[in-house]
Design a protein around this ligand. Structure first.
Ligand code: KIV
Ligand code: ZN
Length: 503
């Protein structure tokens, strides 16, 4: 192993996905996993198989689909979790089990209700069992940042002896400063017997906005793996952002003198795919992938950029794959050009799916002169959504004005019964009226807790994308997402998608 190589362990599909608003279905997870493979991550944590049957299936599908990246499943330090995790990942080309148990006094006393000795024993048993299935075993002392250092040394020596090949130190609550995290990592590497036989890893949360700084501090102390997520998503304030740690290592190679295996030109595309799948946009000033990350607005900056790009740009937009001319297709583009573009965007489609998308593409191209990748992503999303629908929109008519009540008339098809049903309703606006029609026809399917609208490209002919969230009575939250050049139609389709998912 090259001592200067930093492994990138992506946990977007696990720590990222478990945070509110970022849940993905299995198809979406597989799509993102394939893009993470193109991005060149070394390990992807595909999920927490013991958490639910859906999580299990998603991890299993990813394990079969991904060929060149280690696929990891997370397991609590418990017999059943480890067996379930192994079942989910066993068909991966390079399977990995990541097991963890909390080691801080507050977690051991109040959450686990276990003594340090019991925790150590559970950790050793978990790693021993994991190792009996799988060569690659990661161990994390959860809340490591607030754990007693000498207890950490004790438990880590024991799990290394039991077969862990990677020791990941989580700052679970994002509490440490970079100086403290660096010192902790140095202490553990220096005092733990067997430290030279394992890879040390960081897992830093961003509660104080220090996730990236702490990860890089860990690397300075000798860590050679960073656990991180696309767009920095994750529990609470998120995890260290993959694009930020990678571009820091790359742009400041003079300082870190370290290498990584990420194809940085795939960063922007991966970030966008995550946005498209979850409907959660990064803030415009987000480092590396935000809309303004490479924008130069003020006169002084523009003048400097024209004189020489290095005046205000420490890395080029091209190095992270920001394609300034994102407009790729138009009315005259053929099926082959569309297929090539979709493959380039990371979509693997069956030929009948491509035919359907091509039909929708032509309809859209008649309304819009230029079709951007983000437009195509919405068409593909619509096609995938149609595959599992119970209800679909047949016809709609809307009306509103300052002297009349907004109304909607909708005709829907029920694909289970083959019935075509119609309803009319008033509302506070056209969207509300349309949603009242859907409730009449499909019944109540939870409470609408979020309604968000965005334009995917600029201009009056842009597609509006609507994201909705419906909270179910059993605690589940289902999301719906759709785009159209007609804002209200996008809203109707998004709501119908969430109803279909709730069924
Ligand atoms: O934050 C954390 O401690 C975790 C562990 C499971 C590694 O996510
Ligand atoms: Zn975490």
């Amino acid at each position: 192993m090259n001592p200067n190589y930093v492994k990138i362990f992506d946990t977007t599909l696990r720590d990222g996905e478990q945070s509110p608003g970022f849940s993905m279905n299995t198809e979406e997870k597989v799509r993102l996993a394939l893009q993470l493979e193109r991005l060149g991550v070394d390990v992807m944590e595909a999920g927490f198989p013991a958490a639910s049957p859906d999580d299990f299936t998603a991890v299993e599908r990813i394990a079969k689909a991904v060929k060149t990246v280690e696929v990891c499943g997370l397991a609590r330090a418990m017999d059943a979790d480890i067996r379930t995790t192994w079942d989910a990942i066993k068909e991966a080309k390079m399977p990995r089990i990541h097991t963890f148990i909390a080691t801080s006094p507050v977690h051991m006393q109040y959450k686990l209700k276990k003594t340090p000795e019991q925790v150590k024993q559970m950790a050793v048993e978990a790693v021993t069992l994991a190792k009996s299935f799988c060569d690659r075993v990661d161990f994390s002392p959860e809340d490591g940042g607030r754990s007693d250092r000498d207890f950490l040394v004790d438990i880590l020596e024991a799990v290394i002896k039991a077969g862990a090949d990677t020791i990941n130190i989580p700052d679970t609550v994002g509490y440490l400063t970079p100086e403290e995290f660096e010192a902790l990592m140095r202490y553990l590497i220096k005092h733990t017997k067997g430290a030279d036989k394992v890879i040390w890893s960081t897992h830093c949360h961003d509660d104080l906005g220090l996730g990236v700084a702490n990860s890089l501090a860990g690397v300075r102390a000798g860590a050679r793996q960073i656990e991180c997520t696309i767009n920095g998503i994750g529990e609470r304030a998120g995890n260290a952002s993959l694009e930020e740690v990678v571009m820091a290592l790359q742009t400041r190679k003079d300082f870190y003198t370290l290498e990584h295996g990420i194809d940085s030109t795939e960063i922007f595309r991966t970030s966008k795919l995550l946005e498209q799948i979850t409907g959660q946009k990064v803030q415009p000033n987000k480092a590396i992938v935000g809309k303004n990350a490479f924008a130069h607005e003020s006169g002084i900056h523009q003048h400097g950029m024209l004189a020489h790009p290095e005046t205000y740009e420490i890395m080029t937009p091209e190095s992270v794959g920001v394609d300034k001319t994102n407009i790729v297709l138009g009315k005259h583009s053929g099926r082959a050009a569309l297929a090539a573009r979709l493959i380039d965007m990371g979509y693997q489609l069956e030929s009948d799916q491509l035919n359907e998308i091509f039909t929708d593409f032509k309809v859209l191209a008649d309304k819009k002169k230029e079709i951007a990748d983000s437009d195509l992503a919405i068409l593909v999303h619509g096609e995938f959504a149609e595959a599992n629908q119970t209800w679909s929109l047949e016809k709609y008519e809307l009306g509103s004005g300052d002297s009349k009540q907004a109304f909607a008339a909708l005709t829907l098809k029920n694909h289970k019964t083959n019935e075509i049903l119609a309803a009319k309703a008033d509302g506070s606006g056209m969207v509300d009226a349309a949603y009242n029609c859907i409730k009449q026809l499909c019944g109540e399917h939870g409470t609408l807790t979020e309604f968000k609208m965005d334009a995917v490209t600029s201009g009056i002919d842009a597609q509006a994308v609507v994201n909705v969230r419906l909270a179910q009575t059993d605690g589940r939250v289902v999301t719906g997402r759709a785009g159209d050049t007609d804002i209200v139609k996008a809203a109707i389709l998004a709501y119908l998608e969430s109803v279909n998912k709730s069924l």
